[in-house]
Design a protein. Structure first.
Ligand code: AMP
Length: 284
């Protein structure tokens, strides 16, 4: 059966009301790839119905970011969703989500101001607000997100906990290209040279993880390894390299003499020309 496309809040409410059994939600911005499909497969395995949302959320983009040129291919998206056995696709317009007079914004505090939040002020307010709206609209039993966006996972965990959403969160592993580059809709922007150079990101993370697995526990040494590895790639411009605790994403610095003791996330943001990519790896 073809996937059912829904564009308005009103029809979503109607159709959601008719679903019986458990519902899994997979929020996306479209231009789907294997990473998105792995979330959908997980949702399929664990729920009676799967709802995917496609919405390029303007409030999570800064004024100089790529909102207007964010890649879109709705025909291809729909055929992938069909194949994946998705029941409903909610693909609203911006006006449907943010009608005239809309002014709310959810601020989850310090966790939204570090790392991606520091580079992209307001980003996580936009993310938290749209995700809360999607939770309310789709009433899922489970919602699926990618570990690729590690800070987003931490922010959504806090959203669910602080605002008492009644659902289970699932964070799925990062799906990578065969050379290690994390799949991302934004990889589409890379020139062939930049695409080749971008493998420096996963190389840096994997090398640091090898050292961690070999017993290295000094946070700053691991961060420096990432900086040095990325520094060797002329097309790469590192924005930050972070080694932070997995829950709050606070930098591991003065605590424990800068030694890693609990699960930690090594993450980075890096530019190749106009394209900004992020990736991370869990240590521990
Ligand atoms: P996006 O469309 O980029 O907003 O991503 C939608 C969801 O897919 C988010 O939860 C992302 O973390 C997740 N995602 C994006 N890339 C990957 C990937 N390479 N592997 C697994 N999940 C991913």
């Amino acid at each position: 059966m073809a996937v059912r496309e829904i564009q308005t809040v009103k029809s979503l409410r109607l159709v959601r009301g008719m679903l019986t059994g458990s519902v899994g939600l997979v929020p996306t911005m479209g231009y789907l790839h294997e990473g998105h499909l792995s979330l959908i497969q997980a949702a399929r395995r664990e729920n009676d119905s799967v709802i995917v949302t496609i919405f390029v959320n303007p409030t999570q983009f800064g004024p100089n970011e790529d909102l207007s040129r964010y890649p879109r291919d709705r025909e291809r998206d729909f055929s992938l969703l069909d194949e994946a056995g998705v029941d409903l696709v909610f693909i609203p317009s911006v006006d449907e989500i943010y009608p005239k007079g809309f002014s709310s914004s959810i601020d989850l505090g310090p966790i939204t101001q570090r790392l991606e939040g520091a580079s992209r002020p307001g980003h996580f307010q936009g993310v938290a607000t749209i995700v809360a709206k999607l939770f309310n609209l789709t009433q899922p039993d489970r919602a699926y997100f990618g570990q690729k966006d590690a800070q987003q996972c931490a922010v959504i965990r806090k959203l669910v906990s602080d605002l008492n959403f009644s659902l289970e969160l699932r964070f799925e592993p990062t799906v990578r290209e065969s050379d290690g580059l994390a799949m991302s809709s934004r990889n589409f922007y890379l020139s062939p040279e930049e695409r080749q150079a971008a493998v420096a990101i996963s190389r840096a993370l994997f090398r640091a993880k090898e050292c961690y697995d070999g017993g290295l526990r000094q946070a700053e040494t691991l961060r420096r390894m990432v900086r040095d590895e990325i520094g060797r790639e002329p097309l790469a411009k590192l924005e930050y390299a972070s080694l932070a605790d997995a829950l709050e994403l606070e930098e591991i610095e003065r605590q424990n003499d800068g030694q890693i003791e609990r699960e930690a996330v090594l993450s980075l943001a890096c530019r190749f020309g106009r394209t900004r990519l992020i990736d991370n790896i869990v240590l521990g």
